[in-house]
Design a protein around this ligand. Structure first.
Ligand code: SAM
Length: 211
């Protein structure tokens, strides 16, 4: 029930921006005498912009937003054996659920990277609300351009072709001893699998290192 109400809360949070825009337009309509067609065309335009930055761009750049199920978050981090002195990156951090759990349940530091400004806004809000700013940072940007050389653990829930494109970057940049890559659903070919939960499709890898 608790996790369901959290999911409802995150859906509502994503509706805050479009609903606020609709409210502002409605107020303008009554106070400035704007017409109903103006209201609907402005809202339609706004919806197109949101769909573009929040659906189309992530899809084209790596993967659409599909959150990891809440019941799997703890399982993933436990299987990774995440330690409190380690730094985890979530490439494509969505609403921040992985980085938040890494910091609040495992005491580690965590960095989330996401290209979608709405989800970055929401996840930063959650991080502040939970007073985790000293341990969690959210970067807005393309994870292909983020240096990962200080990572101990990299988590990904993306797509097979995005994992393939990231593989050589991870091999070059992940040089810390005992670094691991954890991927939900999608694989990395040619890397040693350290631990796996095939039922939930979680695989913890030791990435091959290249100089
Ligand atoms: C499948 S979701 C995973 C969300 C989160 N990691 C989780 O497990 O709940 C993929 C996320 O990657 C983000 N994304 C896709 N391509 C990206 C890119 N090139 N750079 C940064 N973020 C990206 C999307 O916006 C989306 O939030």
């Amino acid at each position: 029930v608790k996790s369901q109400s959290k999911s409802v809360a995150s859906v509502l949070a994503f509706l805050v921006i479009p609903l606020s825009a609709l409210a502002i337009l409605t107020i303008l309509m009554f106070t400035r005498g704007l017409t109903t067609p103006f209201l609907f065309s402005s809202f339609g335009l706004f919806a197109i912009v949101v769909a573009y930055v929040s659906i189309l761009v992530p899809e084209l750049k790596g993967a659409p937003w599909v959150p990891t199920s809440r019941k799997l978050v703890n399982r993933i981090l436990s299987l990774t054996e995440l330690k409190s002195d380690e730094l985890l990156y979530d490439l494509g951090s969505g609403d921040g659920r992985i980085v938040i759990s890494a910091a609040s349940d495992f005491g580690s530091r965590a960095i989330g990277v996401d290209i979608d400004p709405f989800r970055v806004f929401y996840s930063r809000l959650r991080v502040s609300q939970l007073k985790l700013n000293n341990r969690v940072k959210i970067i807005r940007g393309n994870f292909f351009n983020v240096d990962l050389s200080d990572a101990d653990v990299v988590f990904l829930y993306l797509e097979q072709q995005t994992n393939n494109k990231l593989q050589s970057k991870l091999e070059k940049e992940l040089t810390r001893p005992n670094c691991r890559v954890v991927s939900l659903v999608w694989k990395f070919e040619g890397w040693e699998v350290i631990r796996t939960d095939e039922e939930d499709m979680i695989r913890v890898y030791k990435p091959r290192q290249r100089s």
